[in-house]
Structure formats: C-alpha cells, structure tokens
Ligand binder design. Structure first.
Ligand SMILES: [Zn+2]
Ligand SMILES: [Zn+2]
Length: 140
C-alpha cells in the first residue's frame, strides 16, 4: 500500500511537456524529467535547424508519444550514430528521435520552451559558432 502511494506521488510530480511543428501535423507529449538540457553548435545541428546553435533536451523514448494527426516525424539519417527528424508536411525540425533509448528534442518546437528547468547547462561544439554569437548556459 505504501509502495502504491509512492508511485502515485512520483507520477503526479512528473511534468508533461508538449510541442509541435509549424503546421500542427506532428505533435508530441513528453513526460518529464527532461534530461541533459544543452546547446550544440556542431555543423549537423546547424544544418538540421538552420540556426547557429540548437538547444536540446532528452527523454527516455517510452516517455514520448506522438499525438498529432501526422503521427511520428519523418527521419533522415546523416550519420551512423545520429538521426534527424522533421515534419514531412512543413519541414519543421524535431531533433533525433530514433536513437533508442533516447528521444532528443529541440527546444524550439516545445509549446513552452521558456521553462527554467529546460535552460541549457552546457554547450557542445562551442567552437562551431561564430565569435559574435553569444549563448548563455546555466552553471551546473
Ligand atoms: Zn508540420
Ligand atoms: Zn550538434
């Protein structure tokens, strides 16, 4: 009985994040915690997003559900170790969705990207950004 109580408490605490693409065909719900909030300025992220720096968070894949009418996003696999997902209708970028056991989502597609717990704590491939481009990260 006490065990069930604990499970219920942790389930109630988990935050549900939602988001979607420009056209609304691809939408998701992800159950927190959002892991490894970080930014990345590698060339792959830059080309995938069109932005100089991408902001990412990760969820275990079983915690992410594709809820829009278009189902899961389309996937392009530019390397052996990483995929990039996008809406086939409007082209919006989602991140990396088939690298089990993790779904890594770009913050820009979240309905509320400004949540403080989503603020990046690190910056990968910092050297890939132009010197005039400033990115703020929270101290770990
Ligand atoms: Zn779309
Ligand atoms: Zn990157």
């Amino acid at each position: 009985m006490s065990k069930a109580g604990v499970n219920k408490a942790s389930a109630a605490k988990a935050k549900v994040y939602s988001g979607g693409c420009l056209c609304g065909a691809v939408r998701f719900e992800a159950i927190g915690l959002a892991g490894k909030p970080h930014t990345c300025s590698c060339r792959m992220c830059q080309r995938h997003t069109g932005a100089l720096t991408a902001a990412w968070v990760e969820f275990p894949s079983e915690r992410v559900t594709w809820t829009g009418p278009g189902g899961a996003p389309a996937v392009y696999r530019p390397s052996d170790y990483s995929s990039r997902a996008f809406c086939p209708a409007c082209g919006s970028s989602f991140g990396a969705v088939d690298d089990a056991p993790v779904v890594a989502l770009l913050l820009g597609v979240f309905d509320k990207p400004g949540a403080t717990e989503l603020m990046p704590t690190g910056h990968s491939f910092k050297g890939g950004r132009p010197k005039w481009w400033h990115v703020e990260a929270k101290a770990d």
